[in-house]
Design a protein around this ligand. Structure first.
Ligand SMILES: Cc1ncc(COP(=O)(O)O)c(C=O)c1O
Length: 277
């Protein structure tokens, strides 16, 4: 999306993260006559926070701007039919362009934008990145269509996904691991050191068979390096227990700090059972 903004050659102003007062200042300064496009994500993948969609759309209407929202981290996972956060929040018809992926929740590759047919026609006619690229192969299209059809109907994966995320957050927090607050299925665990973050990820993979990406600068600010955990609906309790034990092992061996009064293993299990009874 950032690359698209750069390639467009348009002037850009960067608004502070989820700060609608700052967005309003920039929109006001640009004036109502000038064409404007507000570009944002609905669910931010590093902190797991969510954009204030209706407030952004209110400002777009007030100042005559169009809106472009990236739902890549939300499609399949939020909304009654899995269309994303804008569907969950009842804002789909207020956003001019919705961008999603066929990867991540849909498990394939490729992506899409959705919007008014005239706008889509303009992109089809003028976007070189689209025109001069081979189309997705039929097998991928069929697999993605099946995944979308399934997740439009079925709620069980979404419910289970939220349940798994809540359990991981509670378990790791009870164990004293520095879980960062998040409103969604993203579970960031703060490391605060780039080398240790990479080392923790490597050890989890080589010694425990668990792959969790290290997130370092420039994806996140220096000092906020983290492991970004995204449990799936198919991680059962035993797998989550193993994750917690592996993280505690890695934390101890890398000399990373735990929060106050981490619980003993038995105590932890007892309290987990209480929470999830
Ligand atoms: C916010 C965001 N938008 C878009 C993409 C690109 O999605 P895809 O891998 O399907 O091209 C990613 C990939 O991780 C992403 O994090």
């Amino acid at each position: 999306m950032i690359e698209g903004v750069r390639q467009s050659g348009c002037e850009k102003r960067i608004w502070r993260h989820n700060d609608v007062d700052h967005l309003e200042q920039l929109l006001r300064a640009a004036g109502t006559e000038r064409p404007k496009l507000i570009v944002f994500e609905t669910l931010y993948s590093m902190d797991g926070d969510v954009a204030p969609l209706h407030r952004i759309c209110d400002l777009a209407e007030q100042y005559g701007a169009m809106t472009y929202a990236d739902e890549v981290h939300a499609v399949g996972m939020y909304g009654r039919r899995g269309a994303g956060i804008a569907e969950r929040d009842g804002a789909m018809d207020r956003i001019d362009v919705l961008q999603g992926t066929l990867a991540k929740a849909f498990g394939c590759v490729g992506g899409y934008i959705a919007g008014a047919s005239s706008l889509i026609d303009a992109v089809r006619s003028h976007a070189p990145g689209f025109i001069f690229t081979t189309a997705l192969p039929p097998a991928i299209c069929a697999a993605a269509t099946a995944a979308i059809r399934h997740l439009k109907q079925s709620q069980s994966e979404r419910a289970r996904h939220q349940d798994r995320a809540a359990r991981v957050k509670a378990m790791l927090t009870l164990a004293g691991l520095p879980v960062m607050p998040s409103d969604t299925h993203i579970v960031p665990v703060l490391v605060g050191d780039a080398l240790k973050c990479k080392a923790a990820s490597d050890r989890l993979l080589t010694e425990h068979g668990i792959y969790i990406q290290p997130i370092n600068y420039p994806t996140v600010p220096r000092g906020l390096e983290r492991l970004r955990i995204t449990p799936s609906p198919y991680h059962d309790d035993a797998l989550l227990d193993a994750l917690c034990a592996a993280l505690l092992d890695v934390w101890e061996r890398l000399g990373l700090a735990l929060n106050d009064r981490p619980l003993a293993a038995n105590d932890k299990v007892a309290r987990m059972d209480g929470i999830f009874a």
